[in-house]
Design a protein around this ligand. Structure first.
Ligand code: SF4
Length: 240
């Protein structure tokens, strides 16, 4: 369900190493990833809603952003506790509007997404000081459908990486969290498009333990499995 809300504040400071500020145009995320911890750490925890189903749209975000932007010195991340290109963005275009504002004010922007909807905004991205990171967590779209039900299929994310590169937009790939996969296949696929990837493990395994058991993936809950995957990736790519 979509809820239109007004907010007093939009930009927050962050300790995330890649940016000084974060902007979350939405509260909640329609991608509904089963392992997502944003449902517990962000403002969503104070909302009566179901993660993945309910999304709160910050209707006045552009006007607040215009006002707050004047006091910001440093890069801005879209987003930390939602995906800026989650499905509802297609209708509301909040991320697009905010990016346009950031671009007009010559700000440095970082974008983290699991959606090829970002390609809609190539016109703005090409003229913005921007780094895009596309998250690709597995090579197996059956796994994606179970754990990231409403996020873009893997093939579409890889296509987004390709198109962004062709358009000279700075783009990288984040494999995090590492989900059940064929690491050789994924590494070989990704190495056709980038030379370096960023990797992270599943940080809250208890969130998906039941799903992993049901699907026979329990070995993927072990930390050693993560290290095995990283070792394979290193044969194909630089890994951070
Ligand atoms: S895309 Fe990111 S914020 Fe959205 S549900 Fe998935 S992990 Fe959470």
């Amino acid at each position: 369900m979509v809820h239109e809300v007004l907010v007093q504040k939009l930009v927050t400071k962050t300790k995330i190493p890649i940016a000084r500020y974060v902007v979350n145009p939405y509260i909640g995320c329609g991608h509904g990833c089963k392992y997502c911890y944003a449902q517990f750490i962000g403002p969503f925890k104070n909302k009566a809603g179901v993660w993945g189903r309910d999304v709160f749209v910050k209707m006045n975000a552009p006007e607040i952003f215009e006002r707050e932007l004047y006091n910001l010195k440093g890069s801005i991340l879209f987003s930390s506790v939602c995906d800026p290109y989650q499905p509802i963005e297609e209708k509301y275009q909040l991320t697009r509007t905010l990016l346009k504002i950031a671009s007009e004010h010559f700000r440095t922007v970082r974008i983290l997404t699991k959606s090829n909807l970002i390609l809609r905004d190539l016109d703005i991205l090409k003229s913005t000081n921007v780094s895009v990171t596309i998250t690709i967590t597995t090579d197996d779209d059956r796994v994606r459908k179970i754990l990231e039900p409403n996020a873009a299929p893997i093939e579409q994310r890889i296509e987004a990486v390709k198109r962004l590169r062709e358009s000279n937009v700075d783009v990288s790939i984040f494999v995090g969290p590492v989900l059940p996969m064929n690491p050789e296949r994924l590494a070989s696929l990704l190495s056709k498009h980038v030379g370096r990837i960023f990797v992270d493990k599943l940080n809250y395994p208890w969130l998906v333990e039941g799903i992993y058991r049901k699907n026979g993936w329990t070995t993927w809950l072990r930390e050693e499995k993560f290290h095995e995957v990283v070792a394979v990736f290193k044969k194909f790519l630089d890994v951070d």
